[in-house]
Design a protein around this ligand. Sequence first.
Ligand code: NAP
Length: 288
Amino acid sequence: MITGPETKLMAVIGDPIGHSLSPFLHSQIIREAGLDAVYLPFLVKAGETGKFTEAARLLKLAGFNATMPHKNALTDLVDELDPEAESYGSVNTVKVLPDGRLRGYNTDVRGLFMAFERHGVKVKDSRIMIIGAGGVAGALIRGCAEAGAASVTMVNRTFEKAAALCGSVPVAKALEWTGENMSRAAAEADVIVNCTSLGMSGTGMDFEDLSFLDDSRALICDLIYNPWETRFLKHAASLGLRTMNGMDMLIYQGLLAFEIFMDVSLDLHSERDRLLPLCRDRLTGASE
Ligand code: NAP
């Protein structure tokens, strides 16, 4: 790789950041497109988001992605918000404009909806069950409502967070995390999305009880992609349910962000087809 004054700099910030597949993903896109650009991971702690936005202006980055814990803080730190980011109250993509101003975008929800499409799922008129009430769940609940979901049911360990999110979304309702509520919601849902970190590699945490899926006929989606198949997905598959992990979402949200940073237009679906096996091999160590 030869870099010079014209090299476009892109980054991803988060804490933790070592696990992020985004540098690998974006480097594959850069290489295939033959662009003069680099994409680097930076460990940036909560409370340091503002310092990084100033560094991004100073260094004239093309832009940067943000993961936990920066997505909400960035909504107040950028100079302008794209309508999706404004509506979801969450920024995962920041473009540094030529005059140094920062524009915040959210590509998470559109990325997930494109992933849903690949799996034959339409959000419109569907009954969606969301497990979790964190950053992504908060964006997703609004995205589902705007896309015409028939209903959204949210269950979260901390009920108050789910209730607060559902309060402003007419088609949404929050339920306490009890076995009975989980089972009823799962039986009534067309799509169930795990938006918690339960089952994520390295956390040591997982669902204690998955029997709530027993009467479900939904498509089961886990936003986690590491491990490739969580216990949640494995159990769903053993019940004969259709499943999808978070890798398609990761790839699509990354491609959409790349288009924003580099002012290019990509063939998103064929790029996804090319990148999926590369990312899977990278994750499972098959290519190393
Ligand atoms: P977040 O804001 O930190 O929210 C975490 C959620 O997990 C909260 O609802 C939290 O519940 C719940 N949780 C954590 N530990 C729990 C436990 N022991 N028992 C029950 N619930 C627990 O995270 P986020 O940014 O929304 O991300 C959520 C998930 O999506 C993560 O797994 C992340 O890796 C994944 N993700 C995937 C992609 C992709 O492209 N595939 C993109 C973004 C995020 P409380 O509210 O009670 O704390």
